[in-house]
Design a protein around this ligand. Structure first.
Ligand code: IPM
Ligand code: MN
Length: 331
């Protein structure tokens, strides 16, 4: 049942993006409307298609416009006609870095009732862009791509993890690779242990990332909140999606927890150009990301109704629009 229980209208910058992005975002907006939350949306035509049109990726002007919005709702970006990295780095990563969206929150719900959350550090690591080529194109070519880890960056992600754990089941696992990455892993482990001392009520665990891959598949019940670096988190959260009903269900929030600007909400999946425009994409991940957006904006009741409706429709098959309608009908 839809209910008009909110008086506030939220201003949302919408980036449908490429491939299946616009189709799934359309369903997300439809469901939010059906839940009775009023949005004033402004569409931004950005992504690979826009880049091919006029070379625009993400201008500083657009970024500064976005700072005045309550949130950003994004479908997916990236298209095969544009070389890898142009849109991903120039749009998505620029947005994450410039708006300081340092927590990438990715919740997973397994068959039955177990759920866990991965906090992926979202502004550093191998994503930072450190590195370069030497002797490019020669037989002696060298490429390096360093991992940037600041104490402040690791600590704020870790601290978010402890805070979140206190609101859940009081358990936090650090995932890294301290046995090989003896510099960055050491920094993360020390930061983790020092912050842990401030949270005596939270029990902690540590897993190497390769072992965590086994546990994600064979024993995910051991997890409540997981905190990890950017690249490990990227990989682990695809696996998290795969073991919890498929990547078509996996939602995410890119948060600026200091709220010095808008946060961004997007499905974990990509633009899937092979099925774009065919109404074949599952919109549940985008709809759930919309619910995370409402939750973050203070609309917890509408958010939980949408999340529950998504769960009820998780196994449904149908077109993108049919699944969106089913979720809306279920509210
Ligand atoms: C994700 C995506 C992005 C990432 C890509 C599209 C740059 O895979 O949000 O997980 O690697 O962060
Ligand atoms: Mn990814």
């Amino acid at each position: 049942m839809a209910s008009e229980n909110t008086s506030k209208t939220y201003r949302i910058a919408v980036v449908g993006g490429d491939g299946i992005g616009p189709e799934v975002i359309e369903q997300g907006l439809k469901v939010i409307d059906a839940a009775g939350v009023a949005l004033e949306t402004v569409d931004y035509a950005l992504g690979g298609h826009r880049y091919l049109e006029d070379g625009t990726v993400l201008t500083d002007e657009i970024l500064s416009e976005w700072r005045a919005f309550d949130a950003i709702y994004l479908g997916a970006v990236g298209t095969p006609a544009v070389p890898p990295g142009v849109i991903e780095r120039g749009l998505l990563l620029k947005m994450r870095f410039e708006l300081d969206l340092y927590v990438n929150l990715r919740p997973f719900k397994l068959e039955g009732s177990h759920d866990f959350v991965v906090i992926r550090e979202n502004t550093e690591g191998t994503y930072a862009g450190e590195g370069g080529f030497m002797r490019k194109g020669t037989p002696h070519e060298i490429a390096t791509q360093g991992s940037v880890n600041t104490r402040r960056g690791a600590e704020r992600a870790i601290r978010y993890g402890f805070e979140l754990a206190t609101k859940r089941r009081n358990h936090l696992t650090l995932v890294h690779k301290t046995n090989v990455l003896t510099f960055s892993g050491d920094l993360w482990e020390r930061a983790f242990n020092e912050v842990a001392a401030e949270y005596p009520g939270v029990t902690t665990a540590y897993n190497h990332v390769d072992a965590a891959c086994i546990y994600f598949v064979q024993d995910p019940q051991r997890y409540d909140v997981v905190v990890t670096d950017n690249l490990f988190g990227d990989i682990l959260t695809d696996l998290g999606g795969a073991v919890s009903g498929g990547i078509g269900l996996a939602a995410s929030a890119n948060l600026n927890p200091a709220r010095t600007g808008p946060s961004m909400f997007e499905p974990v999946h990509g633009s899937a150009p092979d099925i774009a425009g065919q109404q074949k994409a599952n919109p549940i991940a985008a709809i759930r990301s919309g619910a995370m957006m409402l939750d973050y904006l203070g609309e917890a009741e509408a958010a939980s109704r949408i999340t529950a409706a998504c769960e009820a429709c998780a196994d449904m098959s149908g077109s993108t629009g049919e699944i969106g309608d089913a979720v809306a009908d279920h509210l």
